[in-house]
Design a protein around this ligand. Structure first.
Ligand code: KG4
Ligand code: ZN
Length: 378
């Protein structure tokens, strides 16, 4: 079964063709990062307009790269929640129109579910090319080898022939908008067992990057700066939140206060003035210390969750922050998507839809599909 997956929930316009939920036939991602670098964050109105400009060429390229005609596409899947309202609208209206035009069943997929299912994508990308919005040169993107490099030390590993996480499992979903631990007894079943009370961990990386004068998006920039930093240089607090929940707004403020103290300014000094006062060494040390604290918090909570759910057979990490190398190194027993598939893409949407279909989910009415910018996974 070949599914065309469409994703536009934030600042990536993406489409992909995936066979049977695992094999990527094409994966096209056009990122708006170069537009938003200038502003230090996403401007929703601009994001929606940019999606509109490239949406159809991206879909067309996904079909061409996959060598598929419309006749060979069995279904269309699209992200309908959560995300930026205008961005979600462009993807869903495109998918609705194409489903009607080509008479294909349409599936609406939750964004976090898609991130989780990036861990099921297996095959090497055959025609993986993405077009960078600001350069006309195509760049390679989206190799989909499975995260099998890690060895499950404490959990029983499912067989290599399956190549996929075994159920029941725990999924740590960490992105720019979400930080959750999900318990999945089986395909397409999600129970939220931990969530953030305030900022998402990706948002925290982005905000700390701003304080340190590092570019948007903050996650990769902090990770890069951290490479040459001393993670023990600055002591940052772990938030006191109940059970498996998270809180990251306090950590961001702790970094702000520590930076102000380090450069010798009062707490009334606005954060945008700090970058001029920091030396490259201080930036690297703050990046490393912050990253280590954030990673330790995530790992600690996952360890607690493992203790509370002793029946689980695998751990899965998903979402943009799952690209983080320090986190990957700290969780050798967990499944991670290929780094190129950890951010937003259409392949994971198609994979999630495939497993929805296998679980008996019926297609949605293309004339009535709605978007839900803030709805929860369950
Ligand atoms: O899943 P995603 O691409 O979009 C959302 O659904 O939000 O996640 C984006 C988030 C951003 O906050 C970005 O800074 C973060 O993922 N991120 C990282 C890394 N790469 C991306 N955070 C830490 N380390 C990274 N290497
Ligand atoms: Zn995402």
């Amino acid at each position: 079964m070949k599914i065309l997956g469409i994703e536009t929930s934030c600042d990536e316009t993406a489409a992909a063709v995936v066979e049977d939920g695992v094999k990527i036939l094409s994966n096209v991602v056009v990122s708006q990062i170069d537009i938003f670098k200038e502003y230090g964050g996403v401007i929703p109105e601009v994001a929606a307009r940019s999606h509109l400009e490239v949406m159809m060429p991206v879909v067309h390229k996904a079909l061409t790269d996959a060598g598929c005609s419309w006749d060979e596409i069995d279904a269309i899947a699209v992200t309908h929640a959560p995300g930026l309202l205008g961005s979600l609208l462009i993807g869903t209206l495109t998918a609705r129109t194409l489903a009607i035009l080509h008479d294909k069943p349409l599936y609406a997929v939750h964004h976090l579910k898609s991130h989780v299912y990036a861990n099921w994508l297996l095959a090497d990308v055959q025609n993986s090319v993405s077009r960078d919005r600001t350069s006309s040169r195509p760049s390679s993107r989206g190799s989909a080898s499975c995260a099998l490099g890690s060895s499950l030390r404490e959990l029983p590993r499912n067989t290599l022939s399956e190549h996929r996480p075994a159920f029941p499992l725990l999924a740590l979903v960490i992105s720019g908008g979400h930080t959750q631990i999900l318990y999945m007894p089986g395909h397409n079943q999600f129970e939220i067992i931990g969530t953030t009370h305030d900022d998402a961990v990706g948002e925290c990386f982005d905000k700390v990057a701003k304080i340190l004068g590092l570019p948007y998006p903050g996650g990769p920039a902090v990770a890069k700066a951290a490479l040459s930093g001393d993670a023990k240089k600055y002591k940052l607090p772990h938030p006191k939140v109940n059970a498996l929940d998270f809180s990251f707004s306090g950590l961001k403020t702790a970094v702000l206060r520590a930076v102000q103290k380090e450069v010798g300014v009062p707490i009334s000094c606005p954060s945008h003035k700090l970058k001029e006062l920091l030396t490259p060494k201080q930036v690297a040390d703050f990046a490393a210390s912050f990253q280590k604290t954030a990673v330790d918090i995530l790992v600690e909570k996952l360890e607690m969750a493992k203790e509370q759910y002793p029946d689980i057979k695998s751990l899965v990490v998903a979402g943009g922050v799952s690209a983080n190398k320090a986190l990957r190194d700290s969780l050798p027993e967990a499944y991670f998507p290929d780094v190129k598939l950890s951010g937003d893409n259409g392949a994971m949407v198609a994979a999630a839809a495939y497993y929805e279909i296998q679980s008996g989910v019926k297609p949605t009415d293309p004339y009535a599909l709605n978007i839900y910018p803030r709805i929860s996974i369950n």
